[in-house]
Design a protein around this ligand. Structure first.
Ligand code: EZ4
Ligand code: CO
Length: 401
């Protein structure tokens, strides 16, 4: 089998997505997701200008060799644009391989290790009362795990909380907006939020919280300690992780489980964190280079008692979600999968076979990863410039969003 064509599509059904379609001489095609929130066109160019010409004529079954060719062969390694582009190719090739063998992707990854993939939903409120209601709404929909975010008294917009009544979307049309941040006000407030959530919803539901890189290690240590009575499933991205050794400080002070990695690109970004058992969950999904490296990172994590917790925000297309579910259901050290349902208009462009029931997602049982792409419909939604917001401390200092 040979690759005869590859096309890159940029579309905006509700939000921007980059999609790669690789076509073979046997008529089988594979689909990969190259979406990098706020930097979509850079990945589209990396793919169409620099990668697609190198793919024509290759054997799509050689997922490992093609991965090495694109990673080592480019000389310039790592980086979010490169790794998102390689991910799109890698996932499309695994899709082709599974379709050619006429089996669901999970069967190429060891087969099913569990019956369903436990997911967590997002409960966001402007106030504690609203967040309590939102968690309640998820519990009614049978979610077993819920991430809770809340507006901070004294601050305007807070990460994770939508402006209007529409579902939260982590990108806004036009140039980046700016939001005010105070770590002091946040640290003061969050333990009260979780105390109230436990009072209203009891101890059974798994509660999670995303700090979104806003704290320093000692502040994160203090938060983790204050949250111990409310036994969170995890505290996510407590600090920016360029300095992996900084997580030692968090670990020395608290038993609240730590999750990190949605912006990591390679195992090198998590090597110390895993080897020293400084984290409990690795948040990398397929965006960091695809399935080929994710299998390796997961195996390395397994040896260190670290579980997976794939990123699953709406800025990853249904292709990443669909393919991640095959990984989740197969990998021995699966932890949990993030699930932010896509808008209906997005799902119309990406017909898919995965489904949610009683707190679990189930991957498609059809050959491949089970997510398709409607090119004709996608063409009706051209790219629209959109960015994540930026965050500033109250004195104007630019901070982590
Ligand atoms: O803000 O994916 O855990 N989920 C998250 C996301 C991120 C977006 C950034 O593109 O933190 O909502
Ligand atoms: Co996050």
């Amino acid at each position: 089998m040979k690759i005869v064509d590859a096309k890159v599509f940029v579309c905006c059904p509700g939000r921007n997505f980059v999609t790669l379609k690789i076509v073979t001489d046997e008529g089988i095609y594979g689909l990969g997701d190259g979406t990098l929130n706020g930097r979509e066109l850079a990945v589209a160019s990396y793919l169409s200008d620099h990668i697609v010409p190198c793919l024509i004529g290759r054997d799509p079954f050689q997922t490992e060799d093609i991965w090495q060719y694109l990673y080592r062969g480019a000389y310039w390694r790592k980086g979010p644009v490169t790794m998102t582009a390689i991910a799109a190719v890698d996932v499309a090739l695994w899709d082709i391989k599974a379709k050619a063998l006429s089996t669901p992707l999970y069967n190429l990854l060891g087969g099913k290790s569990r019956t369903g993939v436990m997911v967590y939903g997002h409960a966001n409120g402007k106030t504690i009362a609203e967040t309590i209601d939102e968690v309640g709404r998820h519990v009614e929909c049978r979610y077993l795990a819920v991430r809770a975010q809340c507006g901070i008294p004294g601050l305007g917009g807070t990460y994770g909380v939508a402006a209007g009544r529409e579902p939260y979307e982590p990108a806004q049309k036009g140039l980046p907006s700016e939001q005010a941040w105070s770590s002091e006000k946040y640290l003061q407030f969050i333990p009260t939020l979780f105390a109230e959530l436990r009072k209203s919803h009891g101890d059974d539901v798994h509660l999670l919280h995303d700090v979104h890189h806003r704290l320093t290690p000692i502040q994160a240590a203090r938060l983790g300690k204050a949250l111990e009575p409310f036994h969170l499933f995890w505290m996510e991205d407590p600090v920016a992780a360029e300095l992996q050794e900084g997580f030692r400080i968090i670990r020395q002070h608290t038993t609240t489980p730590v999750a990190v990695g949605e912006i990591f690109d390679t195992v090198w970004d998590a090597r110390t964190l895993i080897a020293e058992q400084l984290i409990d969950y690795l948040r990398m999904s397929l965006r960091g280079g695809g399935l080929t490296p994710l299998k390796k990172i997961a195996a390395f994590a397994e040896m260190h008692h670290v579980h997976t917790g794939c990123h699953g925000a709406t800025d990853l297309s249904p292709i990443t979600m669909g393919a991640a579910l095959h990984f989740d259901i197969a990998v021995p050290n699966f932890g949990i999968q993030e699930y932010m349902p896509h808008a209906n208009v997005t799902l119309d462009v990406f017909p898919h076979g995965y489904r949610f029931a009683d707190g679990y997602l189930y991957p498609a049982d059809t050959p491949g990863h089970g997510v398709d792409f409607n090119e004709t419909l996608a063409a009706k939604f051209p790219y629209e410039r959109a960015y994540l917001p930026v965050s500033r401390k109250l004195d104007g200092t630019l901070w982590n969003w």
